[in-house]
Each structure stands twice: as structure tokens, then as C-alpha cells.
Design a protein around this ligand. Structure first.
Ligand code: IPD
Ligand code: CA
Ligand code: CA
Length: 269
């Protein structure tokens, strides 16, 4: 019954999602390269700017005007709990350090979950005029055109992307050791500074794979669906089915997934 209701509401939810990323994106554009306040959060370089709060506010307005009873999880506010089968998972700016430095690799990212399953995702980078949208079972698009993951099947000739946590994880076989193993084999491993964009660019075939050790649900909610809907594969760092509520992610074109997973699990190249 609930599922049928959501099915009927889906066009409206999608429309609201697109409006929300657009409104958030307008805020990013207004503040980008201008002056705004910047504060530190968990550590000196874990930043939140005036624009993060303003983007969040603009996004909330769109969603709450349309669906006042939906559950919201957003980076700067946390949970707005409601008895609803729909949850909006919001990162008002993903790539805040880039944003604060005038680097145009940052975005608004919003995923929509129904009964714990991601059904829609949108990632909008207004500085590069790129809007990525994914709908479960219907594929992923960039500015309205279908996107597909790459077809490369050899990790050694792949182009990868990763990110590093704000606080280094000292576990054995941690992010730096894995990075070291890959780059010693001359595998290009980029580091863009926005997990949502890393995932979208993997979905679009610009990267063959992405991995990261310590993400939050709002970093990957929209992007992981983008990769899956573009034909790729997403798991946790152990190769298990992915959940955005645990920290690790491997997202690839599918063809190099097991090779990358083996390295991340401690294997050599
Ligand atoms: C960060 C970015 C970055 C990732 C960090 C995230 P923020 O999000 O996605 O690529 O490496 O773990 O926290 O702080 O810019 O929203
Ligand atoms: Ca983020
Ligand atoms: Ca953020």
C-alpha cells in the first residue's frame, strides 16, 4: 500500500528533488569566490561555511514546502525525524574545502530513500553546469543524457579516484598504504575532494573506480545509486552489498571491482 502511494507520488518527489538541488546550487553560485564566514568542525580543516548553511536552508524550504511530513537527514542539521517511509539525505555542499578555496569541484548532493532503499539521487555542480540524476531501475543521466560506466577491465590500466578522511585512520592496510600500492604500480589515482562528484564521474566513465574509507551517508547517498544505475558495482570495503550507513565504499565499472577489492583487502598488485 505504502509502496503504491510512493509510486504515485514519484513524479512529484523527483520534481521536488530537482528543484531542491537547483535552489541549493543557486546558493553555491552566489557565494562562490565571494566572501563568506568559515568555521572548523571536528578538526581544523573540516570546514563549514556560511554557504553550507544557506544551501541547506534553501533545500529544506523546497522539500518541506512539498513534503512537510518526510524524514530528513542533512549534514549540518542532523536528523529531522518523522514517521515517514521517505527519507531525504542531503549534503548541502560536498567538497566544502574546494568551495572555500574557489576550486569549482563541489556540488549539492541529495538522495531519496524509500523504506531504507535509495530510489532517487541528484548531484548538481553549478560551477561546471553538470546535473547528474539517477532513478532506481531507470538509469542515470548527465544533463539529461544517459551515462554509462567505462568498459576497462584491467586495474593496472585504470584511472582511479579516492579521498582521504579528515582524521587519518591508523588501521593496518589503511588509506595511505593502499594509495602507496596503487601509485607504485603507476596507476593514476586522482583525489578531487568531493565524494559525490567522484561517484558521478565514475558513473559517467571518467573514472574506472572510486574507493574511500570513511564517508557519511550524505556523501554517497545520491552518488552510489548513480554508479549502480550507470551499470557499475558498489560494495563496502569487504565486498558486501553497500549501505551508505557504514563508512567504506568501492564503486567501479564492475569489470575491475574484484581486482581493486583484492588490493583493498590487503593483496598485492
Ligand atoms: C567531504 C568530501 C571529501 C571526502 C570527505 C567528505 P564535505 O565532504 O566528500 O571528498 O573525502 O570524507 O567529508 O566535508 O566536503 O561535505
Ligand atoms: Ca560531504
Ligand atoms: Ca558537506
Amino acid at each position: 500500500m505504502l509502496f503504491e502511494q510512493t509510486n504515485l507520488l514519484l513524479p512529484m518527489i523527483k520534481n521536488t528533488l530537482l528543484n531542491a538541488v537547483e535552489e541549493g546550487g543557486k546558493v553555491l553560485q552566489q557565494f562562490f569566490n565571494g566572501s563568506f564566514t568559515i568555521e572548523s568542525k571536528s578538526s581544523l580543516n573540516d570546514l563549514v561555511t556560511e554557504a553550507d548553511h544557506a544551501s541547506e536552508k534553501a533545500i529544506f524550504k523546497v522539500i518541506q514546502d512539498a513534503f512537510p511530513t518526510h524524514f530528513i537527514l542533512s549534514e549540518e542539521t542532523g536528523e529531522i525525524k518523522q514517521e515517514s517511509n521517505i527519507k531525504w539525505i542531503i549534503d548541502p555542499i560536498d567538497g566544502t574545502i574546494n568551495f572555500a578555496n574557489g576550486i569549482p569541484i563541489c556540488c549539492v548532493s541529495i538522495g531519496v530513500e524509500e523504506n531504507g532503499k535509495m530510489i532517487l539521487g541528484a548531484v548538481y555542480n553549478p560551477m561546471m553546469n553538470e546535473l547528474f540524476v539517477a532513478e532506481r531501475g531507470k538509469g542515470a543521466t548527465l544533463n539529461g543524457k544517459k551515462i554509462q560506466v567505462s568498459t576497462k577491465d584491467n586495474l593496472l590500466s585504470s584511472c582511479l579516484v579516492t579521498g582521504f578522511p579528515y582524521q587519518y585512520l591508523d588501521a593496518a592496510n589503511g588509506p595511505l598504504q593502499i594509495f602507496d600500492k596503487l601509485i607504485r604500480k603507476a596507476i593514476p589515482v586522482r583525489r578531487l575532494g568531493s565524494a559525490a562528484i567522484d561517484l558521478c564521474w565514475t558513473a559517467a566513465g571518467r573514472f574506472d573506480g572510486f574507493y574511500e574509507h570513511k564517508l557519511q551517508a550524505w556523501d554517497s547517498a545520491a552518488g552510489f545509486l548513480m554508479v549502480e544505475e550507470a551499470g557499475g558495482k558498489v560494495t563496502d570495503l569487504g565486498g558486501n552489498p553497500y549501505s551508505p550507513y557504514q563508512p567504506g565504499i568501492i564503486a567501479t565499472n564492475g569489470k575491475i571491482h574484484d581486482q581493486l577489492l583484492a588490493v583493498i583487502k590487503g593483496g598485492n598488485l
